[in-house]
Design a protein around this ligand. Structure first.
Ligand SMILES: N[C@@H](CCC(=O)N[C@@H](CS)C(=O)NCC(=O)O)C(=O)O
Length: 213
């Protein structure tokens, strides 16, 4: 098996990095992880030395550097196809949901940035709550059409994409309906997520602006 190295950002804050980390663990593809501290002097140069995207995550596989969480997940699914739902229609829907989670929900991402150490009951702006409701509507609709416990029954890449959002509901105490709440609890109890979280909680590096939201 080719050597794999996953370049990631700080575990407390880097929601994008968490996703392929979970995917590679679920795929049982052995990999090394290299953490690059974000938002410290020189960090951008380090990211640009990895790939033109200038962001993490990046997967180093053979002589190729694959940036982007979904591209890395797609690569993993070529090795381990059951990382996507089995049914073709479900697979398309799941991948579209991943794209949506990457591109939309900007108010939720801005006002409730991933911060695993954070626990607050600060009132969130209405725009953020609206995004959060849209997210739980999508989850509830999908869960109601499947048997659970995950969006498409068995764990799949779309659940990795949902996990950083799930942490925001917990960190910022955002209201959610019952089915979505059970789903969030399921994601938060996942062993691979808990390993990531354990590392995040002992990271010394902090972002005061994010910690005070
Ligand atoms: N679409 C990319 C976005 C990656 C991204 O924005 N990563 C953030 C880390 S959480 C980053 O590298 N930020 C540093 C920067 O933009 O300078 C993905 O899905 O991987």
């Amino acid at each position: 098996m080719t050597d794999l190295t996953l370049y990631i950002g700080n575990k407390n804050y880097s929601s994008w990095s968490m996703r392929p980390y979970l995917v590679l663990l679920k795929a049982e593809l052995p990999f090394r992880e290299t953490l690059i501290q974000l938002d410290v002097p020189g960090f951008k140069e380090k990211l640009l030395a990895l790939s033109d995207a200038g962001t993490v995550p990046v997967l180093h596989v053979g002589d190729e550097m694959i940036p982007d969480s979904l591209a890395i997940s797609d690569w993993a699914a070529l090795c381990v196809p059951n990382l996507w739902p089995k049914d073709e229609k479900d697979r398309r829907e799941a991948r579209n949901m991943c794209l949506q989670m990457q591109e939309e929900f900007t108010q939720l991402r801005t006002h409730a940035p991933m911060n695993l150490r954070r626990r607050t009951r600060t009132k969130m702006p209405d725009t953020c709550i609206k995004d959060a409701r849209q997210m739980t509507d999508i989850w509830e609709d999908c869960l109601s059409r499947h048997d659970g416990p995950f969006l498409f029954d068995n764990w799949s890449i779309v659940d990795a994409f949902a996990t950083p959002y799930a942490t925001r509901f917990v960190s910022y105490d955002i209201a959610r309906p019952a089915k979505a709440d059970t789903y969030i609890s399921e994601l938060m109890a996942d062993e691979d997520y808990l390993n990531w979280e354990a590392d995040a909680l002992i990271e010394a590096w902090t972002l005061p602006d994010t910690d005070n939201i």
